[in-house]
Each structure stands twice: as structure tokens, then as C-alpha cells.
Ligand binder design. Structure first.
Ligand SMILES: Nc1ncnc2c1ncn2[C@@H]1O[C@H](COP(=O)(O)OP(=O)(O)OP(=O)(O)O)[C@@H](O)[C@H]1O
Ligand SMILES: Cc1ncc(CO)c(N)n1
Ligand SMILES: [Mg+2]
Length: 563
């Protein structure tokens, strides 16, 4: 690698300009600590730090990766929706390390703040020193600073250990209306923190308090507040409009001292907005730590909050009026996964319904009506196979079918389209031999999703097992119109594959009421059911056909057991 050398005010650096963006970010930046605006010309370089006052790098050291690091100086929220806990989660969600200096411990839940215990100033100072003297912090983000003494300690700490950027979220009142920092703190913000802040992110009430109590009710008011706040010294101001009355959008005003940017996002209809402010500021800090410049960092952060709120709009944590949201976008899929049996249940393959858009079109049915009828008739698993749909239509259909399937405890699989399965949080996918390999699908979908693979031979069945699939589909057992150029394996081929397969098998291809029992009667224990397309969806009444098939399969299963 060709490195160029240079000398900056406090550190000697080596840089390599040709490295790809991701590599630069993973190495992180080690700018001279001047608490100054992020220098965009420096962002495109990799810095391998060689401080003038430090020992030469050992080869071991040079192999270590510097990762982006945010230090949050804030209060603990026992309900974990806001404060330190929100900061940790937001940084984790953005792939950034987060250390913590705790200024206060609150007894707090979704109802409100029941108690506050302020951490003694000298112990805040001790925490600051522990972190800043040892770890390479890129960005400091402040939240609840409950006393002027703590503000003093913080500004002293930042003078002693300067960092690349300072994000000040001037927390004063919780969403529940409880006071987290009294008016005595205002002088601390105005005189000590705002002048050295790279960005300050007040909500409407906080902006109003900082400006001596002037009412802020419109976007125009927010703009003038941003300008007045900018005069107090911060390089950038973001006035958050989460609480803007009568606003259909969530509007924030960003001002960099020159231009105003009206940042709008959809206002998500949800009560789960506790901690949005803390999380937004942490996400901005995280993006800055990764090397972003200010406006893109703010935009990414706003989009992150919108996405997380939308994902979390229906989750229920606590009984109060303002719930937390899910920073990592994981909780809902956990709930869904825990609603179905833990892991894959092979008996779900019993009556496996595969949709076909052409058939639904022919019979004038919506995909959701078809899926509902199949489930009402006894289908035990649904696979959406929409070969002709546009992606957006497929995703919408998948989301609607997901609701139906889950309200009936029936797993939903998506044919081929891992992206659609991920986007609608389906239970899994079914892939063919020329689709995404099952092992790649497993990596993408994680251990909990169901993966099925179409197999015609014992070798393919073996490979599916190695790749981490949950079941195989074997066919075409009989000739079928739903798949062109499909080799028919017959009952013998099915039996050979079943005997060889370590995974449960569902038979597919030309199976219907007339031949389902012959299929099941091949008498191999890991044949768990039949998959049907035309026998359900190319019929006048899906419900009747599903019931009929279910009865036939139940009868042959009972017969097998008595033999
Ligand atoms: N319902 C919503 N839908 C989308 N975005 C929202 C919603 N509510 C708030 N936001 C956004 O979340 C961010 C935080 O704004 P808000 O005004 O709620 O801050 P805050 O009052 O400091 O938050 P908190 O005190 O709850 O931590 C802003 O970008 C705002 O636009
Ligand atoms: C500890 C703490 N910090 C910040 C907020 C603001 O949301 C809160 N509710 N609690
Ligand atoms: Mg709010």
C-alpha cells in the first residue's frame, strides 16, 4: 500500500487515498483533536495515528482496527426507552461503539419519571476521565445534564481531552412532562456548551426555554429559533418538530448558519415515541463518528428514527401513554417467531398450498382471498409463488398474506425472493436448484427462518441438508402444467429421494384429490405431506377443495399408522 505522510497540528499521520470507502470507515478516522467542524478534505483519507508524544507503532498495533466511537454523557432511564439506554441501542444499530458517562439515574417508565438521583459531580468527572484518557472517542453526545456543576465538569473534561465533534441534545423535560434539568442549566448550555457544539438538537420546548420562553408553534417559528440559537455559537442547529401541533409530517429545521433545510418525514401514527430525541442525537453522533459530514448525518438519523418508529408502531411495552420503540428492528420478528412453534415443524408440510397468480386472475380472485380460503379449508403452510408480479405488488401481497397467515398460525413462505421474504418478515423461503443457493439464503435469513429446496435426486437432497435447509420439495411426482419443462420423477423417484433424504419431504407436481392418497401411501416416514397448486387454486371453490384434500390426507395418514 502506498502511504503518504503528513504532519497536522497535533499528530503525524499516514494516509492512503485510494482505499475503498467501507475500508476507510472501518478503520475510522483519527483526526487531530481540535473539537472543530469535521474537515471534509480529511475524511477521504485513512489515518494511521503516530502521535508525536507516543511510542512508535508496534506491528501488532498496526493490525488493530480503530472503530468509530461515541461517548454519551447522559442519564439512565430505567424503562430503557430514552437516555443512556437509547444511546447505546441507537449506536449499536448504526454499528458504532458507545461508551457511557452516567450523570443521573432515573426511576422512569412509560407513565413518567418517578424519581431522579443525580450522580455526584466528582464521580461524573471520574467516569469522564476513565473513558477519555484511555479510549479513542470520536464524538461526545450529551443528554440529561442535571446540574450546572456537571456541565462545568463536562466542559473541563472536553478541554482536557478534546474530541472531533460535540453533539448537544439539551434535554430538559421528559416527554411525560417531568423536569430532568431545571432552568439553572440554561446558563450552562448558553455559555459553555453551545459555543463549542458542532450541533445542538432542541425540541420545541427546549428551543423555547433556551431563547427565554418564546412560543414556537409553526415551521416559521422554528426557523427563527434556529437562527437565534445559531447566534449562541453552535456550528449547526436542528430544531425538532416531533411535538409540532397539527402537523401531518414530522418536520425538523436544520440551520448551518447559511442555509435552512426543512427536513420532513412521514409522521408515524404511534405512541411509541419515547426516546426519539436521544436516539436521533446518538445516531447523528454515530454517523459523524463514522466520518459523515453534518447534513448527511442528520438526514440519515431522521430516516433511521422514521424507519424504527414505523417498524415499532404496534409493539406494546408498558401501560403508559408513551412506549419505547425498537432500535434494532428485531422485537417484532421475535414475537412472530415465538407465535409459531419454535423452529420448523415438519408436520406443517401436511397440506402445502402454493399460490399461482395466473389462476387467481382466471378465477377473478385476489391473492389474499385465495390464501384465506386455502387456510380456512385446512392448508397448513402457504407459499407465495408470484412469477409475474412486479416487486412492489408482490411485496404488498406478501404483507397482506402475512397478516392472514399469522392470525391463523400458518407459516408463510416466499418462492425465490429472499428480498421479499425479508421485507415482509415471512417465515421463510422456498428455492429451486437454480435460485439463490440454500446456504446463501441461510446466511441472509438467519437460523430461525424456514428454508425449503426443490430436489429431484438423492444428491440434491443431500446438498440441501448440508446447506442448512429445513425441508425439501420433491417432484414433479406427476406431469403438471404449472411448471414448464419439468422432469417428472414419478412415485419411484419420490420414494428414492425420501429414503435418501435426512430432511422431511413434501411431494409436489400434479397432485390432487385423485392421487394424493397414492402419494402418501408410498409409506416412507419422512414424507410429511403434499404441495398443491392447481388442485386448489384452479378450482371454483378453494375452500371445498382444501377441505376435501385435507380429509384425504388425514385418512391416508391414519391408514399408514395402522399398518
Ligand atoms: N410520530 C413520529 N413520526 C416520525 N418521526 C417522528 C415522530 N415523532 C417524532 N419524530 C421525529 O423524531 C425526532 C425527535 O423529535 P422529538 O421532537 O420527538 O424530540 P424529543 O421531544 O427530544 O424526544 P424525546 O424527548 O421523546 O426523546 C425528530 O426528528 C422528529 O421529527
Ligand atoms: C434519562 C433521560 N434522558 C432523556 C430523556 C428525554 O427523552 C428522558 N426521558 N430520560
Ligand atoms: Mg418528543
Amino acid at each position: 500500500m502506498a502511504y503518504t505522510q503528513g504532519l497536522s497540528s497535533s499528530c503525524l499521520f499516514l494516509s492512503h487515498k485510494g482505499a475503498p470507502q467501507g475500508f476507510q470507515q472501518s478503520l475510522g478516522l483519527n483526526l487531530p483533536f481540535t473539537n472543530s467542524r469535521i474537515n471534509s478534505s480529511l475524511q477521504t483519507r485513512i489515518f494511521v495515528e503516530l502521535r508525536e508524544d507516543s511510542a512508535p507503532m508496534t506491528s501488532d498495533h498496526s493490525k488493530k482496527m480503530k472503530i468509530p466511537h461515541v461517548l454519551t454523557v447522559a442519564g439512565s432511564d430505567s424503562g430503557a426507552g430514552a437516555g443512556i439506554q437509547a444511546d447505546l441501542k441507537a449506536c449499536a444499530a448504526r454499528g458504532v461503539y458507545c461508551s457511557t458517562v452516567i450523570t443521573a439515574v432515573t426511576a422512569q417508565n412509560t407513565v413518567g419519571v418517578q424519581g431522579v438521583s443525580v450522580v455526584p459531580e466528582d464521580f461524573v468527572a471520574e467516569q469522564l476521565k476513565s473513558v477519555l484518557s484511555d479510549m479513542q472517542v470520536d464524538v461526545v453526545k450529551t443528554g440529561m445534564l442535571p446540574s450546572i456543576g456537571i456541565v462545568n465538569v463536562l466542559s473541563q473534561g472536553l478541554r482536557e481531552f478534546p474530541v472531533r465533534a460535540l453533539v448537544v441534545d439539551p434535554v430538559m423535560v421528559s416527554t411525560s412532562g417531568d423536569v430532568l434539568a431545571g432552568p439553572s442549566i440554561l446558563a450552562g448550555f448558553r455559555e459553555q456548551l453551545l459555543p463549542i457544539a458542532d450541533i445542538v438538537t432542541p425540541n420545541l420546548k427546549e428551543a423555547s426555554a433556551l431563547l427565554g420562553g418564546q412560543q414556537l408553534e409553526t415551521v416559521a417559528d422554528m426557523c427563527s429559533a434556529a437562527k437565534l440559537l445559531h447566534d449562541m455559537g453552535p456550528r449547526n442547529v436542528l430544531v425538532k418538530g416531533g411535538d409540532l401541533p397539527d402537523s401531518l409530517d414530522a418536520v425538523d429545521i436544520f440551520f448551518d448558519g447559511k442555509d435552512f433545510h426543512e427536513l420532513r418525514s412521514m409522521r408515524i401514527k404511534t405512541c411509541n415515541t419515547h426516546g426519539t430525541g436521544c436516539s436521533l442525537a446518538s445516531c447523528i453522533a454515530a454517523e459523524l463518528a463514522k466520518g459523515s459530514s453534518m447534513l448527511p448525518a442528520v438526514k440519515v438519523a431522521k430516516h433511521y428514527i422514521e424507519t424504527a418508529l414505523d417498524y415499532s408502531k404496534d409493539i406494546a411495552i408498558g401501560n403508559g401513554p408513551q412506549g419505547p420503540f425498537d432500535h434494532l428492528l428485531r422485537l417484532k420478528s421475535y414475537v412472530h417467531n415465538s407465535c409459531r412453534q419454535v423452529g420448523f415443524n415438519p408436520s406443517d408440510l401436511f397440506l402445502y398450498a402454493v399460490t399461482d397468480s395466473r389462476m387467481n386472475k382466471k378465477w377473478g380472485r385476489s391473492i389474499t382471498d385465495a390464501v384465506k380460503a386455502a387456510i380456512d379449508g385446512g392448508a397448513t403452510i402457504i407459499q407465495l409463488r408470484e412469477k409475474d408480479s412486479e416487486t412492489q405488488d408482490f411485496l404488498e401481497a406478501a404483507k397482506a398474506c402475512f397478516k392472514i397467515c399469522h392470525s391463523h398460525g400458518v407459516p408463510l413462505l416466499i418462492n425465490d425472493r429472499i428480498d421479499v421474504a425479508l421485507a415482509c418478515d415471512a417465515d421463510g423461503v422456498h428455492v429451486g436448484q437454480s435460485d439463490m443457493p440454500a446456504r446463501v439464503a441461510r446466511t441472509l435469513l438467519g437460523p430461525d427462518k424456514i428454508i425449503g429446496v426443490s430436489c429431484k435426486t438423492p444428491e440434491q437432497a443431500h446438498q440441501a441438508w448440508i446447506d442448512g435447509a429445513d425441508y425439501i420439495g420433491c417432484g414433479g411426482v406427476y406431469p403438471t402444467n404449472t411448471k414448464e419443462n419439468n422432469l417428472t420423477v414419478g412415485l419411484d423417484g419420490l420414494k428414492t429421494v425420501c429414503v435418501a433424504s435426512k430432511l422431511p419431504v413434501v411431494a409436489i407436481g400434479g397432485i390432487g384429490a385423485s392421487n394424493a392418497s397414492s402419494v402418501m401411501e408410498i409409506g416412507v416416514p419422512n414424507l410429511k405431506g403434499v404441495a398443491v397448486v392447481s388442485a386448489l387454486f384452479d378450482r371454483e371453490c378453494i375452500l371445498t377443495e382444501a377441505r376435501k384434500l385435507h380429509a384425504i390426507l388425514t385418512e391416508s395418514m391414519l391408514l399408514q399408522r395402522t399398518h
